[in-house]
Write a protein of this length. Structure first.
Ligand code: SF4
Length: 53
């Protein structure tokens, strides 16, 4: 699967990462939060992340 130019990502530990470049290979991702009231960038998560293992 090739990179999705619309989704930049630097998380190479994720199995959906392009590896060659800093892009995701999924057609779409889901972004969510682990906080009740997110107020900072650190509060947001890519919920499509899967550990490459
Ligand atoms: S699923 Fe999320 S964390 Fe994984 S490569 Fe795509 S954008 Fe990055």
């Amino acid at each position: 699967m090739g990179k999705n130019s619309c989704i930049q990502c630097s998380i190479k530990e994720c199995k959906h990462h392009d590896m060659a470049e800093n892009y995701c290979t999924l057609n779409q991702i889901k972004v969510g939060t682990h906080e009740t009231h997110p107020t900072k960038i650190e509060c947001t998560d890519c919920e499509s992340f899967v550990f490459r293992g």
